[in-house]
Design a protein around this ligand. Structure first.
Ligand code: C2E
Ligand code: CA
Ligand code: CA
Ligand code: CA
Length: 279
């Protein structure tokens, strides 16, 4: 009918069938990604106030045979839905731990920490603690150099279970960071109960802090909250020297963002270490 004009949403229009086909194809491809060794990690620098390297965050990528390099935004939610994220996450943890061991052999890279993202679904596995400890054992990685990044979405489920698992791993030296802080649901009473080491201020606040007083006061509040709780605070998404300066002024001591380096393959990140070491 001619009424089905521009503004009418029609189910299964040719375009939409395309999208559905693409999702189905992605899902099938995603199932094979691990065995076909198409997953890889990129590493992004995390720096101290003087710009020296404190560590890196491991970020997953998918080298698709036809699409090229695929970023998490295009496949992580699908991996969450299908449950594949559990295996993917474990692969990331193991790969990052192997990298830690390789770096620990060199005095220049030995003290670096690696932060690894853990999905809520992965953390909820009853045997999560054992799996992490196994990986540490198998690879010989130093648990004190490993940081697990959790999100506030984990607080939506069994908090006692969360605390128990975190404590077990913390006993072995593993650190914990609360990612994307300020965007989720954490109440301050929970925050106090969690054995955290670090808060990561979400990129959205950092990007707006010089534009709106609102974002700036949120950043200030998170920094002083972290300080009063004895937590380290990392500002994410720092892109300009002005943002970096403003964050330092507020008392933030650790930073991550394109200003210091984009996520890169291990060979390229190694070149950055050497470069920084020479200064
Ligand atoms: P995240 O954990 O918040 O990671 C930071 C994201 O911000 C990364 O996107 C990084 O490339 C990007 N970023 C860093 N600095 C800047 C900056 O200065 N400006 C801008 N515009 N962006 C910046 P990426 O690599 O696309 O990852 C997106 C998300 O995917 C991650 O957000 C994380 O939630 C998820 N993810 C990545 N790897 C893994 C993984 O191994 N496991 C799980 N469960 N999730 C992962
Ligand atoms: Ca993260
Ligand atoms: Ca984040
Ligand atoms: Ca994020």
């Amino acid at each position: 009918a001619k009424a089905a004009g521009r503004n009418t949403f029609r189910f299964f229009s040719p375009d939409m069938q395309d999208v559905l086909d693409q999702i189905a194809m992605l899902e099938t491809d995603l199932r094979h990604a691990l065995v076909r060794r198409e997953l890889l990690l990129h590493y992004q620098p995390i720096v101290n106030g003087d710009g020296s390297l404190a560590g890196v965050e491991a970020l997953m990528r998918w080298q698709h045979p036809r699409r090229g390099l695929v970023y998490p935004g295009a496949f992580i939610s699908q991996a969450e839905k299908s449950g594949l994220i559990v295996e993917f996450g474990e692969w990331a943890l193991e790969t990052a731990c192997e990298q830690l061991v390789a770096w620990s052999r060199d005095a220049a890279t030995e003290p670096l920490t690696i932060a690894v993202n853990v999905s809520a679904r992965q953390f909820r596995q009853p045997e999560f603690t054992q799996r992490v400890l196994h990986i540490l054992e198998r690879t010989g990685a130093n648990p004190r150099r490993l940081k697990l990044e959790l999100t506030e979405s984990m607080l939506l489920t069994d908090v006692d279970d969360l605390i128990r698992k975190m404590s077990q791993l913390k006993e072995r030296g593993v650190g914990f960071s609360l990612d994307d802080f300020g965007t989720g649901y954490s109440s301050l009473s929970y925050l106090k109960k969690l054995p955290l080491d670090q808060l990561k201020i979400d990129r959205s606040f950092v990007q707006d802090m010089l534009l709106t007083p609102h974002a700036s006061s949120i950043v200030r509040t998170i920094v002083s909250l972290a300080q009063s709780m004895g937590l380290q605070v990392v500002a994410e998404g720092v892109e300009t020297a002005e943002q970096w300066a403003a964050l330092r002024k507020i008392g933030c001591a650790t930073f991550q963002g394109y200003l210091f380096g984009k996520p890169a393959a291990v060979e390229d990140i190694a070149a950055q270490f050497i470069l920084r070491g020479e200064h």
